[in-house]
Write a new protein. Sequence first.
Length: 217
Amino acid sequence: MVAVFVAAFISMLVFAGCWYARQNQLSQLAEQESVLRGDLEQLDTWGKWTIDYVKIDRGIDYLSKNRLTDESKRKLTEQIWKISRSYSLDPLLILAIVAQESHGNPNARGRTRSGKESGAMGLMQIKLETAQKMAYHFGLRVETSEDLLKPEINVAVGTAYLIRLIGKYGSWKEALIAYNLGHSAVDKMLENGMPLPTRYYERVISKYWDIAQHSFL
């Protein structure tokens, strides 16, 4: 009887040892799988970032038509790439606004219908007062209108303004219309129940698809 009990006890110990070893192996496999999944997700993210960088670079080439130096193009590509990553923005939409506002001309100066300069400057046609309010978001200093002719500064403050409008309206469409008309005008229209003009929005979207055709891999 004792021998049977001892044999049974030993069997239980063996079984417990095997079970523990198996559970330990499964636990290690689960940890390895989790690490591998994380690595794959990171590689997928890096791959997307790389593709975005190339798309931005090609889009800038298409828009600039040799009006930017290689150094300016590099700085601008990196600036848009960083902004798009930080704020989860489609980088080609930023370029579409550039296309609509200045046709990719970093020295563009806006004019009113009367022909007088409007004060809007550079790639995203930003006015000095707006630029100075937005500049601190990116740790930039904008002291004069001439600073807005630097592509990387212009796009940084222009995008900061766009992000503010997206946050205010919660809509790309309304944000783009406000970018063009000014938020005060859009607020008044919305308060009075007036339909917002969509021509600017539609032009930006059209330019988005045009740039996409020339920048996708």
